[in-house]
Design a protein around this ligand. Structure first.
Ligand SMILES: [Zn+2]
Ligand SMILES: [Zn+2]
Length: 407
């Protein structure tokens, strides 16, 4: 196969259960053979769907302030947001936390269940699952629940409901279901790997031999064929205008990052007084109340991570343009950026939860504000920027600069 990260042509030896193949050039895991590669994702997906269903039935958190008990369940969050005219927040919650995970889990069940389904549907499901898995944010929402829980602990008597346990199991099974799916093995179930008509030199890049790796199913495609014969994806040797797209999306997210930091993320209303809170003032409040670990987590996730991500991506794009780069280090940074980006959504989920929980009419109410929406858009744009970056450009640039040095 061609390494999807550095474009080196490699021969994968037959793997035994529990073993994985690592690319010798970029050190990325290419494929891993899980025990029971069909049954494991199926069981985890079934378990997670059932747990998601159970999580809808009971209370997620139960809060008791001045004798008034307030239960919050999952369906209440979008309902309250819709009542308050924050349809965008309600949609964000339904799509990222409920709909996409449920869709992906159903897709996994259909793909791995021993039932005959049309190949076209299989291809559609596999493509969708692989594309959408970074947008399934169940575990991030769970972290948001924990942060809100700690935030409210100082003000009220709060405890977790039955749904919380079910949601924990759902998030865990969902993460495990995605982990157990190996892209290469999944596509081998769907269709045979298209054979190569002649032999090529191992250890050299695909581009230098007129080949490229299909970004969807990892099949090797001849350069002049624009369409992969297995998954029918139209692809190119390198993502067209990858650097331009990355920089454009990154710059747009940076434009949103500035107002998102200065405009109020949420408004706290107590006895008629409206107190707007920005991202930074919220963290300072947490710190002054002595919730140091939560203040640090929110600071890292909401301020440091987006900033480092933007700086890191700019550095990657700039390094590739300039040449003369340390590819291993750059690739490591790209991996970190891709992994941590989505965790910035924690703060949005915290605001959603607080807005739903703290609605005790005359005493206190919390509402989201424009800053939260800008922040959510910023995270989405920076995630899109990271996904439009083609990591193979790092290695192309590195090999070009090393050739230059030899000359
Ligand atoms: Zn590689
Ligand atoms: Zn393909």
């Amino acid at each position: 196969m061609l390494c999807p990260y550095c474009d080196t042509l490699l021969q994968i030896p037959p793997l035994t259960y529990g073993k994985k193949a690592v690319c010798p050039r970029c050190k990325k895991t290419l494929t891993s053979y899980w025990e029971e590669p069909r049954k494991q994702p199926l069981l985890y997906a079934l378990c997670s769907l059932w747990m998601l269903f159970l999580a809808q039935l009971f209370s997620l958190l139960i809060m008791n302030v001045a004798g008034i008990e307030k239960n919050i369940d999952l369906i209440q969050i979008p309902t309250v947001m819709l009542e308050d005219q924050y349809a965008s927040m309600a949609i964000l919650f339904i799509v990222l936390v409920q709909f996409l995970p449920a869709f992906c889990m159903t897709g996994i069940i259909l793909l791995f269940m021993p039932i005959p389904i049309p190949v076209g549907l299989k291809i559609f499901l596999a493509k969708s699952i692989l594309k959408l898995k970074t947008w399934c944010m169940a575990e991030i929402f769970l972290a948001g629940v924990l942060v809100s829980f700690v935030k409210l602990m100082t003000y009220s008597d709060i405890h977790i409901g039955c749904s919380f346990t079910a949601y924990c199991f759902f998030a865990f099974s969902q993460v495990r279901a995605f982990q157990c799916i190996d892209r290469r093995i999944l596509w081998q179930y769907i269709g045979v790997t298209p054979p190569l008509k002649k032999s090529f030199i191992l250890g050299q890049t695909g581009l230098s031999q007129g080949l490229y790796s299909c970004p969807t199913c990892t099949a090797i495609v001849i350069l002049h064929e624009k369409k992969c014969s297995r998954c029918h994806t139209y692809a190119h040797a390198r993502r067209p205008y990858s650097l331009q797209w990355t920089m454009a999306l990154l710059f747009s997210s940076f434009l949103l990052y500035i107002p998102a930091n200065f405009m109020p993320m949420m408004i706290t209303e107590t006895f008629g007084d409206k107190i707007p809170a920005t991202l930074l003032s919220g963290i300072i409040l947490l710190w002054s109340e002595g919730s140091y670990p939560i203040a640090i987590i929110v600071f890292i996730a909401s301020i440091l991570v987006p900033l480092l991500k933007m700086l890191g991506t700019t550095w990657l794009c700039w390094g590739i343009r300039k040449g003369n780069i340390d590819a291993i280090r750059m690739h490591f940074i790209y991996g970190v950026i891709e992994f941590i980006g989505r965790w910035s959504m924690i703060d949005i989920f915290v605001i959603l939860l607080l807005s739903t929980l703290v609605r005790i009419n005359q005493f206190a109410s919390i509402y989201p504000d424009i800053g939260a929406l800008l922040f959510a858009l910023m995270v989405i744009l920076s995630m899109l920027a990271a996904s439009s970056f083609d990591p193979r450009l790092i290695w192309d640039s590195a090999s070009k600069s090393s050739k230059g040095k030899v000359k």
